[in-house]
Design a protein around this ligand. Structure first.
Ligand SMILES: *Cc1c(COP(=O)(O)O)cnc(C)c1O
Length: 325
């Protein structure tokens, strides 16, 4: 199902037009990019003969919210592995509660025990006659880089169709970059199409830029390795195709200042769009800064709204109740 693309009311003296693709409105589990990605994992599990999904993430995770909901709604067993460091972000959030609603079993472990915990959980499932599927592949989280990329490679095809229907052509697509799966998929779609768009990921965490770059590159290679029929569309040197902005992540994951907060208010008030401070507002703000800093002119710019609406409501609950403009 296509999500809508809408023009944003934003005055830009440089003549750029801003659009937003509302993947926050995907019709399952409050939407977001994780709806497409969770479906890709689910299909991959089925294709590989798995019957028990092992998911990994924090109690605040959008991915774990959607996957736990998807598994419950389809009667598929789901076990969540959750690593933690002492004193780490302990207050429950909207996502925490929604994950709790599904009754998904949560196995806690320390950050340096993830591999052995994945292995133990997989073994337990096998011993009780099940076929485990770990979303990230093997116990080290390797081997499944292509599955999540598939989701946004397909979504890219949707964007191309929407361009044809509307007669608009986008010069840039911006998205928040966390694990990089979304950007990887979009970039695969762009390479498959061989078009002139620039796909730009706005980093939202303090992950090393070279590492983030490497993860995206590996993901693209994994995707094309799984699609041998189109392999010649991938250039051997991918450096001209992977664009990562690391200047707008502020102090790292979950950290944001008044500029991101102002962006949330402004987009809510002028376009009626919910943005959260951790992913979408930080990336949206980063996009507008970049467009100015890099003197982008007279372009059509598409921002992919990757969801996180429960985090928007976490923010609303804890933010100032006074008008700020
Ligand atoms: C997970 C997530 C992202 C980051 O997507 P990646 O594919 O991990 O880079 C961005 N926005 C929201 C709301 C998310 O939940």
């Amino acid at each position: 199902m296509d999500t809508i693309i809408q023009r944003l009311a934003m005055d830009d003296p440089a003549g750029n037009e801003f659009y937003i693709k509302r993947d926050d409105l995907l019709p399952f589990s409050i939407g977001g990019n994780k709806v497409r990605i969770a479906e890709a994992f689910y299909q991959d599990m089925k294709a590989k003969g798995g019957d028990t999904m092992i998911i990994y993430g924090s109690r605040h995770s959008n991915l774990c919210r959607v996957l736990s909901d998807l598994c419950f709604s389809r009667g598929t067993k789901c076990i969540m592995i959750c690593s933690h460091e002492d004193g780490e972000d302990s207050a429950p959030t909207n996502n925490t509660h929604l994950i709790e609603w599904t009754g998904t079993k949560i196995v806690n472990c320390a950050k340096n025990e993830i591999a052995q915990t994945v292995e133990r959980v997989m073994k337990e499932i096998q011993e009780s006659g099940g076929v485990p599927y770990y979303i990230y592949g093997d116990r080290y989280g390797k081997g499944n880089e292509g599955a999540a990329a598939r989701a946004y490679a397909e979504a890219y095809g949707e964007i191309l169709r929407q361009e044809q229907e509307s007669g608009l052509t986008f010069d840039y697509i911006f998205c928040p970059c966390g694990t990089g799966a979304t950007q990887t998929g979009l970039t695969c779609g762009h390479l498959l199409a061989g078009d002139g768009k620039k796909i730009i990921g706005v980093m939202i965490s303090s992950r090393e830029t070279t590492r983030a770059y490497q993860v995206i590159e590996e993901g693209i290679r994994a995707y094309f390795a799984e699609h041998p029929g189109v392999r010649e569309r991938m250039p051997e040197d991918l450096s001209a195709e992977i664009h990562l902005l690391d200047a707008y992540r502020q102090d790292g994951y979950g950290k944001y200042d008044a500029r991101v907060e102002a962006c949330i208010r402004e987009q809510y008030l002028t376009n009626g769009i919910p943005l959260d401070p951790i992913y979408t507002a930080k990336a949206f703000w980063g996009m507008t800064e970049y467009v100015r800093d890099a003197a982008v002119r007279d372009s059509r710019i598409l921002f992919l709204h990757t969801g996180g609406t429960p985090l928007f409501f976490d923010y609303v609950t804890h933010s100032s109740k006074q008008p700020v403009f």
